[in-house]
Design a protein. Structure first.
Length: 368
């Protein structure tokens, strides 16, 4: 028997076998038979899987690979890629694939027949949800605090609950404050000497988690009125008035808060809300540094208690730094810096601004 050098020679032999009456068995030998495709990688949202073809016997088969998403029982499958010829085919897992199984179908064809097999992953896992809760405000009895969930991460996260917690001065243990389940909470006499946390409940396709903010400073009682002016009165009858000392600087009232929310991705952050709350007439000055800043400089005045910084409610790439200054008159203002990072919430710094000074400084105890 001559050597099998190419497909044409094999086809000629197959015809001869047909005439000899042995076609069926020999055609089966010449048809493709393949080992199943293999899958490398983890079946988890955001991960990349690679399907590699199995080795085949038969006459020069053409091998194609295709990805499908199916339910957990491998039913109701929908194509995720087109059919591609080659030794491998990659696919990046999407949130919509969670709780299903990804299946790679391998199809080998030649002139003598077809071989097809399927290889499935485990049930696709979700990335657990998370948030970055932040509290803003002055920790003093009678003052209203604001809580924000900050940036959400994970697979299809959504906020399904909020709760304010009263904690010991050390920050633990904590108990839920009855009736305090909104974005705002006004500190009461019961909070004096305690710290406060803001808890957010975040839900995803496979997980529900509670995430707490860092504890505030210890809640103080308001200063008592009616105290004597330390610079007033007769000083020993010397006949000369005491030296005058400048009054202490006061905070902007209400003290500003910067509320930012959105999602984090490997490509940076998608900001859905950036709001500054504070006293009417306060100047909000925003500067942006880095590649692809939506705007280098932005100035606004607070009206009706808040201003929304819409130019920055967009996708921001890693490396962008946004600095926000809130000032008004001879009062202590607020400074917030946001540095966009890859696949992590923005790094945030909150400081205070003294009148007439550009350099921000740490805020007084209890001011956030």
């Amino acid at each position: 028997m001559p050597s099998l050098r190419n497909g044409a020679a094999c086809a000629a032999i197959a015809v001869a076998l047909v005439l000899a009456g042995g076609a069926t068995a020999e055609a089966q030998l010449l048809a493709p038979t393949c080992n199943p495709a293999t899958i490398s990688g983890t079946a988890r949202d955001g991960q990349t899987l690679t399907a590699s073809r199995g080795s085949c016997s038969g006459v020069s088969p053409t091998v194609r690979l295709q990805w499908f998403i199916c339910d957990a029982q491998q039913q109701g499958c929908v194509a995720r890629t087109s059919q591609v010829q080659g030794s491998s085919l990659s696919y990046t897992v999407k949130p919509a694939d969670v709780n299903g199984r990804l299946v790679v179908q391998q199809t080998a064809v030649n002139s003598f027949g077809t071989d097809q097999d399927n290889t499935a992953t485990d049930v696709v896992a979700a990335v657990p949800p998370s948030a970055t809760p932040v509290i803003s405000g002055i920790t003093q009895v009678g003052v209203q605090l604001r809580g924000s969930e900050g940036f959400l991460s994970g697979t299809s996260p959504s906020v399904v609950g909020r709760q304010w917690l009263r904690c010991e001065a050390s920050g633990t243990p904590c108990v839920a404050i009855p009736g305090a389940a909104g974005e705002r909470y006004t500190l009461t006499a019961e909070d004096a000497g305690k710290t406060i946390r803001f808890q957010v409940t975040v839900q995803g396709p496979q997980h529900t988690v509670n995430v707490q903010s860092a504890p505030t400073a210890t809640v103080a009682t308001p200063p008592q009125g009616g105290q004597t002016d330390p610079g007033g009165g007769d000083q020993g009858g010397s006949g000369s008035p005491p030296p005058k000392t400048p009054p202490p600087l006061r905070l902007l009232d209400p003290f500003p808060s910067v509320v930012i929310a959105g999602r984090v991705f490997p490509s940076g952050a998608a900001v859905s809300m950036l709001v500054v709350r504070g006293p009417n007439g306060a100047l909000v000055s925003v500067t942006c540094r880095g590649r692809r800043c939506p705007r280098r400089r932005h100035l606004r005045r607070i009206r009706r208690g808040s201003v929304r910084l819409r130019p920055f409610e967009t996708g921001l790439v890693p490396g962008i730094v946004i600095s926000i200054r809130i000032t008004k008159g001879q009062r202590i203002g607020k400074f917030t810096r946001l540095r966009i990072r890859s696949d992590r919430p923005p790094a945030r710094t909150d400081l205070c601004l003294s009148p007439g000074h550009r350099r921000p400084v740490p805020c007084p105890e209890g001011v956030g």
